[in-house]
Design a protein around this ligand. Structure first.
Ligand SMILES: [Zn+2]
Length: 434
């Protein structure tokens, strides 16, 4: 694989990386202390000041930042730069409560572009690739983040944004698209729609997909890779930290490398807040080491992962984390049993005859939680005899029972029954509160 000069920090010797991180950490903590009243107040309550950082482990003494802090200080309360230095705002639509707003200086945008460039380069995208950017453009960070990274890499960018599926397919075919950026569920929708139009995506030059903005499993990856005839890479990011480009899978597809020269990772016990030893699973906490407009110290992502300590065969020295299959606030409690949507996805995709489109419906019946999993079946199965459908139904119930330790309802639905999303798929419909 060709090496892009911007990827040099991916390969820094580890002691050199730790020095760089400590120097940047001291700088960013001092900046936040001077300029962000909430952070200063929390530091002072703990009797801390920026001089308390003599090595990276001292970071564990600092207070956390949470999503509620961003909401409580809406819109600009955590900014560390005057508006005259802020050149971009993004926001995430809050499904509950207020949205959150994030800010970028020129320097912040350069950093974002550089990490997105490194992300795309790690999945083998180069100048000469034609990149269809089907992430939404606008306040959502996905579109512009991928856009500038791909341009800086020298790839040809098609800023098509999300939606208008038939046009997406025509563009993919007519413009010789070789790489696509979107959510994994939207890509599957593109594959299905292309099939209806008589176009087999596997016959097109498309060879790589960079998929993020929603959790997805390895089972889903296998479906995407076989149905799309591509390699599917997982990209990680979040608006609060920068947008997409915090981490990316390399060619080995075994964990996501974190661009830790800019985003310092810790994994904590989500209950106690204690930092866990390397390799243990817990909640990912990130500190922005270079963000000027809105530095976040020890931001609790709610994403559950673990850091891999073994060196990656690709030669990158930046640490990897396992794929985010679940978030601590995604957990569903069904009749006292903890259930994650990713477990359901993995169980469904083990069974032949289903499509990777499903939805989880939660209801309360006579005071008890009831869960029904609706899953689309393939057109072949759907047109088959009733007993074939019955057999499939039984296998699905069994697979879910085995994975979850819980009997749940399964409803087989016709292909293309469930609503498709142009962005993040809505996997869970919880009607228990209403
Ligand atoms: Zn690697």
């Amino acid at each position: 694989m060709t090496f892009h000069p911007a990827s040099a920090p991916d390969y820094l010797p580890i002691p050199r990386m730790r020095e760089l991180q400590l120097a940047r950490l001291r700088g960013i903590v001092a900046r936040a202390f001077e300029r962000v009243p909430l952070f200063r107040q929390r530091m002072e309550e703990r009797g801390l000041d920026p001089d308390c950082l003599s090595d990276l482990a001292d970071l564990a003494r600092l207070p956390f930042t949470t999503k509620s802090d961003l909401r409580d200080t809406y819109p600009f309360g955590l900014f560390a730069s005057p508006m005259a230095e802020v050149v971009r705002l993004h926001a995430s639509s809050g499904t509950t409560g207020k949205p959150i707003v994030v800010a970028y200086t020129h320097q912040d945008l350069e950093v974002w572009t550089s990490v997105m460039l490194r992300a795309l380069a790690a999945c083998g995208v180069t100048a000469g690739d034609v990149v269809q950017n089907a992430y939404g453009y606008g306040l959502f960070t996905g579109g512009l983040g991928a856009h500038y990274g791909a341009e800086a890499l020298g790839a040809t960018v098609i800023p098509i944004s999300g939606g208008n599926t038939d046009r997406q397919i025509n563009v993919m075919k007519d413009f010789g698209v070789t790489a696509i950026c979107c959510t994994p569920s939207y890509f599957l929708h593109l594959v299905d729609r292309a099939g209806e139009l008589g176009i087999d995506i596997r016959s097109l030059p498309l060879r790589a997909g960079i998929f993020g903005a929603e959790p997805w499993t390895d089972s889903m990856r296998r479906r995407i890779e076989s149905e799309g005839g591509i390699r599917a890479f997982d990209i990680y990011g979040l608006t609060e930290i920068v947008g997409p480009g915090v981490g990316i899978e390399c060619d080995c597809q075994d964990g996501l490398h974190l661009f830790e020269d800019h985003f310092y990772p810790e994994v904590i016990d989500p209950e106690t807040g204690e930092v866990l030893p390397a390799g243990e699973e817990g909640e990912l906490v990130l500190t922005t080491l270079s963000k000027q407009a809105m530095p976040l110290i020890r931001y609790r992502t709610r994403d559950i992962t673990r850091l891999l300590t073994e060196p990656c065969p690709c030669g990158r020295t930046v640490r990897r984390m396992t794929r985010i299959a679940r978030r601590s606030d995604d957990m569903l409690i069904i009749r006292g049993v903890n259930v994650f949507p990713s477990q359901i996805e993995a169980a469904l995709l083990q069974v032949e005859g289903t499509l990777p489109h499903y939805q989880i419906i939660l209801e309360r019946e006579k005071g008890l939680d009831a869960m029904e999993v609706q899953v689309e079946v393939t057109p072949q199965v759907f047109s088959d005899e009733v007993r074939v459908l019955e057999g499939l139904h039984q296998r699905l119930v069994k697979a879910l029972d085995h994975t979850l330790g819980l009997r749940v309802g399964v409803r087989l639905v016709a292909p293309r029954t469930l609503a498709r999303s142009e962005g993040k798929a809505k996997r869970v419909v919880d009607r228990r509160e209403s």
